[in-house]
Design a protein around this ligand. Structure first.
Ligand code: BGC
Length: 772
């Protein structure tokens, strides 16, 4: 991000006035501000020197308390995303002691709060408005894990762009997204907020989302600041319990959990959020190793670091700080620039500087980083430019956004099973029984962390989607049948469900988890269907009719019975505002499913953690030693998952040729090209995600059995063949070696290309000579 706003004509005069701080008057006021200025009236240019000069001059006028104010973030009362609210935050804004507010939105409300900061504080420094714009703002897209299942980086970027445009029009400058935590434990409810278990895929998606939210130019009014969260290793909490302890080797941290964060920095992300967990005994919000040594010194990150919600205060309960005062000192010294909701910087920081415990330079650095972002957003030219009621009215839920949401939703769906080509369904002739607690539920469709999305009116349900699709909607019968509440015992709904199922040619079940069973603070010890959903499915099975299961859920579930007993399974995640039409598009063949699992589906909870790129062990289990006792396996379950990472069917079939390599041996400076022909051998046009995996056979530290190193999503007409090529360089083979240096090692490698991590063609190559 190198562009800074230079306003034209009227606004230029205004900037000059604003820079004149001699009088200590508010920087600007509403009259002087052209809030409705069209973008075409501004020109943009690169000028870091101008920004530095402006902020230096501004900071020279600021008191210590005002600088600490910039480091303070309070929640408004419009949304509750954590414990305890500070009721007096508006008063504190007026005192110049609050620089940023979250959970406030709409052009009107943000303008109202901004007015306090701009007109009623000594220096008139505009507020920064943050919010959890995660998978859409008003128009809700599939949950992040669902979007990730599209393996379609353009679609994922588009979803972030639409979310940013809607949020920006409602006065929001900054989203607490993307969450780039690699997560390998589906008991953890927040697995729904990330991109799954794989480092390569999560890294690619992190980049796409940062670009989508921030665009190329932060000063454009439809772009917002992004946040890479939660730094770091939050996804690895013990036993899948939220906020729990993380302890891991530096190698595992750097090879698996940090790369998506580093990719976000390289993509220009402007803020980082610390995580709730401790890492190797040190809570993330006081972890100097993470926040300064790695983030600033190694990665040269120039944005600002915000804590997670009250995570400074929580260091007292972690047993790391004596009290809040002590916790704040530890946080600021470790490199935290902004305190979210904890009121710790607000209460103690200025005093700590006065007492000589914290250096004034530390405060200056943090305040400057935050002010820079306000400048880069253009807020010093026009603090109200994001709070634009006209743009808000045009942008929110506009047709383009709804269509984009429907398209991304269809792309995110994964066809897990399709016995005897049960799907797609015919639009005419069939009587369809639509059954299940998720079939006609609006509130579930948009999942958790769905920002300001309307949960009760706007979402279009699966039942509505199916009725709109078929020739004769009167042949679509509906019964809720079962409940997804954990405590539900009452099976009285079964009768109605069985009755309509008897009349039907096909049963479409919509089952899974209730939306608020996923997301933050929703760890589970069982991943079975909650409530009496499975019991109903088992009753319906007795009718011996074709059954199609549409899953809506935020994590891999254990669905072995369904896998063995229903004909087709479509993983729809929580598909968003346009979920119903999107699922119907897939069920009736208007869209040929192309999603692939970004996360492994275990058979049972006992297998967790289960992910595709595990180590081999010294006693790997295989078909050849299946009779032996002393091998690495369970005595009561298979080792293999129910559905592998990368799995996902299509209505058509894809044939893969043998792999061809341009060389059998490469040196460190050379690139290997691996090519494969993919043919659409079925009866539908369709998309395929061609996946490349590599195994380093012998390493100075043991290597995983397979690692994703590339993928391409291609479209093939039926009968068409395309050659897909991947270029592999030594960097793709790098890892933290035994001495912790980062690089590849010479030797032999397996190379796999295929349709899923378990269905691949294989080849091999050698990396020879010296490697740095
Ligand atoms: C969550 C963050 C979120 C924040 C603000 C916290 O509880 O962990 O992901 O951004 O609340 O709502």
């Amino acid at each position: 991000m190198k562009k800074y706003l230079l306003a034209t004509a009227i606004a230029t005069t205004f900037v000059l006035t604003a820079c004149n701080l001699q009088t200590d008057q508010p920087l600007m006021n509403a009259e002087k501000t052209n809030t409705q200025a069209p973008i075409s009236q501004t020109i943009w240019h690169d000028d870091k020197a101008q920004m530095d000069a402006f902020i230096t001059e501004l900071m020279a006028k600021m008191t210590l308390e005002e600088k600490v104010g910039q480091m303070t973030l309070f929640s408004s009362d419009w949304d509750v995303t954590g414990p305890s609210l500070r009721g007096d935050y508006q008063e504190k804004i007026k005192e110049g002691k609050v620089g940023a507010v979250f959970n406030a939105f709409t052009a009107k409300y943000t303008k109202q709060l901004q007015k306090i900061a701009v007109e009623e504080t000594r220096l008139g420094i505009p507020l920064l408005f943050g919010y959890d714009v995660i998978h859409g703002h008003r128009t809700i897209f599939p949950i992040s894990l669902g979007e990730s299942a599209s393996w379609d980086l353009d679609a994922i970027k588009l979803a972030a762009e639409v979310a940013a445009a809607e949020a920006a029009a409602e006065g929001i400058h900054w989203t607490f997204a993307p969450m780039v935590d690699v997560a390998r434990d589906p008991r953890w409810g927040r697995i729904s907020e990330g991109s799954g278990e794989d480092v390569y895929l999560t890294t690619a998606i992190a980049r796409a989302r940062v670009q989508g939210f921030q665009g190329d130019d932060l000063s454009q009014p439809h772009t917002i600041l992004a946040t890479a969260k939660h730094f770091a290793a939050y996804g690895q909490g013990q036993a899948g319990r939220d906020y729990h302890t993380t302890d891991m080797s530096d190698r595992e941290l750097r090879d698996t959990y940090l790369p998506p964060f580093k990719a976000a920095v390289d993509a220009g992300v402007t803020s980082f959020m610390t995580s709730f967990n401790e890492l190797n005994g040190v809570p993330a919000s006081a972890n100097k190793y993470l926040l300064t040594d790695i983030l600033r010194d190694e990665w040269s990150f120039e944005g600002f670091v915000v804590t997670d919600y009250t995570s400074i205060n929580e260091m007292v309960k972690h047993g790391f700080a004596r009290d809040n005062d002590h916790a704040g000192e530890l946080a600021v010294k470790a490199g935290v620039d902004m305190d979210m909701q904890g009121s710790v910087y607000f209460d103690y920081l200025a005093n700590q500087v006065t007492q000589g415990k914290v250096s004034p330079q530390q405060i200056d650095n943090a305040a400057r980083r935050i002010l820079e972002m306000k400048y880069r957003l253009g807020l010093f030219e026009d603090p109200y430019r994001y709070s634009n009621e006209e743009r808000e009215a045009q942008e929110i839920y506009k047709e383009y956004n709804l269509q984009a949401a429907q398209d991304v939703a269809r792309k995110s769906m994964v066809l897990l099973k399709n016995e005897n080509q049960q799907l797609p369904l015919s639009k005419s002739d069939l009587t369809i029984a639509v059954i299940g607690p998720l079939a006609d539920s609006k509130e579930d469709l948009i999942g958790s962390w769905s920002a300001a999305g309307d949960r009760y009116e706007k979402p279009i349900t699966l039942l509505t989607g199916i009725k709109a699709k078929v020739a004769d909607p009167s042949k679509v019968l509906y019964a809720k049948g079962a409940s997804y509440e954990f405590s539900h015992q009452d099976n009285s709904g079964f009768e109605a469900a069985i009755a309509i199922a008897k009349k039907a040619d096909v049963i479409v079940l919509a089952m899974g988890e209730k939306w608020d069973m996923t997301g933050e603070a929703t760890s589970r010890t069982s991943l079975d269907f909650p409530g009496n959903q499975l019991a109903l499915m088992q009753q319906l099975k007795k009718l011996a009719k074709p059954m199609v299961l549409v899953l809506m859920n935020g994590r891999p579930m254990t669905i072995e019975w369904a896998d063995q007993n229903v004909d087709a399974i479509l993983e729809a995640w929580y598909p968003g505002t346009m979920g119903g039409p999107a699922i119907a598009d897939v069920l009736f063949g208007d869209y040929n499913p192309s999603g692939k699992l970004p996360v492994t589906f275990p058979r049972n909870v006992g297998q967790i953690p289960l992910y595709y790129n595990m180590k081999n062990t010294g006693r790997p289990y295989s078909k050849d030693n299946a009779e032996q006792k002393y091998v690495s396996r369970y005595i009561d379950s298979l080792n293999t998952p129910l559905y592998h990472f990368g799995h996902g069917l299509s209505y058509t079939t894809f044939d893969y040729s043998k792999i061809s390599l341009n060389k059998a041996v490469i040196t460190a400076k050379e690139k290997l090209t691996a090519s494969i022909d993919v043919t659409n051998s079925g009866n539908y046009d369709g998309e395929e995600v061609v996946q490349l995996y590599i195994r380093d056979r012998i390493g100075s530290v043991t290597r995983p059995v397979k690692q994703l190193k590339g993928f391409k999503k291609i479209f093939l007409h039926k009968g068409e063949t395309k050659t897909v090529s991947f270029s592999i360089s030594t960097e793709d083979l790098a890892f933290h070696r035994q001495d912790m240096s980062f690089g590849a090692e010479a030797g032999e490698f397996d190379l796999f290309i295929g349709t899923s991590s378990d269905k691949v063609q294989s080849s091999e190559f050698t990396l020879s000579g010296s490697v740095d």
